[in-house]
Design a protein around this ligand. Sequence first.
Ligand code: DX5
Ligand code: ZN
Length: 227
Amino acid sequence: MPFDRSIKIAPSILSADFANFGAEIRAIEAQGADWVHVDVMDGHFVPNLTFGPPAVKAFRPHVKTFMDVHLMIAPVDPYIEAYAEAGADMLTAHVEAGPHIHRTLQAIRAAGMKAGVALNPGTPAEAVRDLLPLADMVLVMTVNPGFGGQKFIDMTAKVRAVREMIGDREIHIQIDGGVDPVTAPLVAAAGADVLVAGSAVFRGGSVDRPEVYGANMKAIRDAIAAA
Ligand code: DX5
Ligand code: ZN
């Protein structure tokens, strides 16, 4: 898909019904999701466990847009090939996950995927400067990773710093954690273009009431447009 900086909403299926991922993915896409965000957690890098390559491979045929896989695991490198085989379009690794993030990003691209690099709230923007030639996306976390439904931590200064570093390079800036109609306009104004939202998209809806997902996404887009 061609690069653009328009606002994209990437619902996190961490907030979906875990017994019904296929239908949940189809529902959010039918309601206008731009990307599908898949949170992989290992109970080690973060204090929570979700799913691994076989589940991600099972999601693949349901995703018609763009499958954005956020790895909250350490180490990363032994699993890169498995996520390529599972069909990830973007694979994002954390700078905090090991000493060789540079090599990890090279390996992700060599495996045929777009490469994302994520920063925890405690890690400064400067940590990605030398990685930008190898990155298709910088993910600025606005919560400490591990759980959905946490309170937004204001990282707008970091987003602005990353945006300035990127200049005219074709690198997305993604925000993840506590994104809702109140916080989305702040990060969009600072330069973010891909907004992950879990609870703010899935709240109140279900596969039987998917129009709620659509209304929730519209509320985020409208708030940005009105800002
Ligand atoms: C947090 C995950 C997020 C999370 C976002 O560790 O990476 O993707 O699901 O959930 P909300 O939008 O509820 O903060
Ligand atoms: Zn995530």
